[in-house]
Design a protein around this ligand. Structure first.
Ligand code: B4P
Length: 192
């Protein structure tokens, strides 16, 4: 079992690099943002709640996201060999719970990859995606809110993993391939 957390501000490339990781290592991928967007599209009870928070650039309450994650892990046999956690944890509480969830399953967080990208570049990437895909939370007002929430609530997760010696900062500003080769080097060194 090998578990990777891919971490960073909105638009840093978590989803993009997760795709490369799936191709390279064949691990199961859990994107909490993607699951929430599917719930919104299907108008499930969780989706109806999530829609309100996501439109405002806010995080979905911890207990809802944690329950959703546990349900995926409980019902997905492929996740037993290891998971790429994309967009989770986003609070220190989620990080603590993830440790407990994995411990119960005989595993741990084996690598934390932190994609670092300057704020102006993050905004430009997200606005471009908004123009191309029409994703509702990819507009300037919501992006600014999402970045505020990242700084106040999500970035302390860096300290949590740094203390444990598992946080690896990666320069996320280069091309998708450049960024991935840095990530791959780190993961391969951890897998040895
Ligand atoms: P997410 O879906 O996780 O959204 P994100 O942070 O915006 O995306 P990501 O960093 O994956 O960016 P991407 O690779 O696509 O979350 C959405 C919302 O769901 C959150 O705001 C929150 O409300 C809620 N949520 C999710 N998880 C939660 C949790 N655990 N707790 C509470 N709430 C939660 O890249 C962005 C763009 O940049 C793309 O268009 C891509 O093509 C481009 N790009 C990527 N890499 C590039 C590169 N190297 N160069 C140039 N462009 C690049």
């Amino acid at each position: 079992m090998f578990n990777i957390v891919i971490f960073g501000a909105p638009g840093c490339g978590k989803g993009t690099q997760s795709e490369q990781l799936i191709n390279q290592y064949g691990l199961y991928h859990i994107s909490t943002g993607e699951i929430l967007r599917n719930n919104i599209a299907q108008k499930t009870p969780l989706g109806k709640i999530a829609d309100v928070y996501i439109k405002q650039g806010q995080l979905i309450p911890d207990q809802l996201v944690i329950r959703m994650l546990e349900e995926v892990l409980d019902t997905t046999p492929e996740a037993k060999d290891g998971v790429i956690f994309d967009g989770f944890p986003r609070t220190v509480h989620q990080a603590e719970i993830l440790d407990k969830i994995l411990q119960k399953r005989g595993g741990k967080v084996d690598a934390v990859v932190g994609l670092e990208v300057e704020e102006q570049e993050l905004i430009e990437r997200i606005l471009k995606r908004g123009r191309e895909t029409g994703r509702e939370d990819d507009n300037l007002e919501t992006v600014k809110k999402r970045l505020d929430v990242y700084h106040s609530t999500t970035s302390p997760v860096i300290g949590y993993y740094t203390e444990k010696g598992s946080y690896q900062p990666i320069d996320g500003s280069g091309s998708v391939d450049d960024v991935f080769s840095q990530i791959k080097r780190h993961i391969d060194s951890k897998k040895k």
